[in-house]
Design a protein around this ligand. Sequence first.
Ligand code: ACO
Length: 428
Amino acid sequence: MSGVARLELDGTVYELPTYVGTEGERAIDISKLRDTTGYITLDDGYGNTGSCRSAVTFIDGDAGILRYRGIPIEELAGRSSFVETAWLVIFGTLPTVEQRDRFSTLLSDSAMIDEVMRKHFNAFPQSAPPMAILSAMINTLSAHDAGVTQIEDDADMERATAVLMSKVRTIAAASYKASIGEPLVYPRYDLKYAENFLHMMFSVPYRQFEATPEVTAALNLFLMLHADHEQNCSTSTVRMVGSSKANLFASCAAGVCALWGPLHGGANVAAVQMLQQINDSGMPVAEFVRKVKNKDEGVKLMGFGHRVYKNFDPRSKILKKSVDEVLAQLDKTDPLLDIALELEAAALEDDYFIERKLYPNVDFYSGILLRAIGIPLEMFTVMFAIGRMPGWIANWKEINDDEKSRIYRPRQIYVGPTGVQWQPRDER
Ligand code: ACO
C-alpha cells in the first residue's frame, strides 16, 4: 500500500488504499468497496480494471514498451530463442546453461504424444478448424497423463511446462497433417524446438524437410514475440479458469478458445485475408481506407488498433523489419507486403486513425512473415497459440503459486426485468 484515495458516497467519505507498481502504475484497491459501501465498480470490457498483481510482463501502451520479466522485447529479439524466452517468462530469469540444457532435454523427451492419442486425429472431419482440434487435444493430454496435472513443486512445474510446450507443437503439426490428409510425422530427437515443428509440418514419409537457418530464425522470432502480453483476453481466460484450481492443461485449452476469435488471435488471419481481398479485387488502397473510415459494413483495418497500445506496437516494428529481411534472404517477394506498406502509410497520415490512436499491431505483419516461411493461413492462429503458451503457463503458475489467490468472480449490474411472474403455458 502506498497511500489512500478518498471517495465520497451518499455523504460519507471512504478511504481506499492505493498501490504503485514497480513501473509506477497506480491503482486504487477497491477489494473491500462492496463490503464497506454497498457499491461495486462498473467497467465494461475491463479497460480500467487491474484483475491481479503480476510480475511477468510490463506494457506501457502510450510509450510502446513491452518487457518480459523486465527485459525489453527489442533486447530479446534475435538474441534469445523461443525456448530461452519461454523459460524467462515462466520461471522469471534467463536460464543458466544447466537450466537451459535440462529444459531442452525435457522438451525433447516430451515431444511424442501417446500412440492412442494419435488416433483421435482421425475422428475429426478433415475440414475441422485446427484451433478446434488444438483446444480439444490439449485438454485430452491430461487424460493421457494424469500425473502431469499434480503440481506440488518446481520440478513438477518444469515437467508439466515441458510436456505442454513440447506436445502442443506436435499436436499443432498433427492437426495440419490431418487437415490435408497426410500421415502424421513423428518428432525427431536431434532437432531443436522450431526446427522440429517445421519438420513435423512439412516432412513426408519419403522426403525429409530441411529448414534453412533463416526460416528457423524467423519462426523463433515470431514465437518469442508472441510469448506473453500481460492480461489480454486469452491470458485473463487462463487465469480465470486457473483460479478455480482447474489444472494447467484445462486452463490453457480455454486460452486457445479465447485466442480463436477474430478480435484477438484470429486477427492475423483476418489481416492477411483483408490484404488478399484488396490484392484480388484490385481496389485502390485509398478506396479501402475510405470504406474503413465510413465503417461500411463494419469494415475494419485488420491488424490495426489495440486496447493497450495507443502508440506503435513494438512487436509490429520488429516484425516489419524481419519480414523485409526474411523475404530478401529467401529471395521471395510478396505483393501483400506492398499493400500492407501502402495501407500503413495511408493510415498513419489520416486523421481518422491519428485521432483514435490506431497503429499497426502485431498481427499486421505477422501473417506476411508466416506466409514467407510457408505456414498456411489455416494455421496462423495455431502458431499464435504455440507462441503464447509460455505466457499462459506463467500466468497460471502465478495463480497456482499464490496461497492467497481467490476464485475469480466478477459482479454485475443487473439491468433485466424485475417482478415478473410465471405464467401458465396457455396464458402466454
Ligand atoms: N479499423 C478501423 N477503426 C477502428 C479499428 C480498426 N482496426 N480499431 C478501432 N477502430 C475505431 C473504432 O471503430 C472506434 O471508433 P469510434 O470512436 O468512431 O466508435 C475507435 O476506433 C475505438 O475502437 P474500440 O473498438 O473502442 O477499441 P477497442 O480497444 O475496444 O478494440 C481492437 C481494440 C479490438 C484491437 C480493435 O482496435 C480492433 O478491432 N482492431 C482490429 C482487429 C485486430 O487487429 N485485432 C488484433 C488485436 S492485437 C491481438 O489481439 C494480438
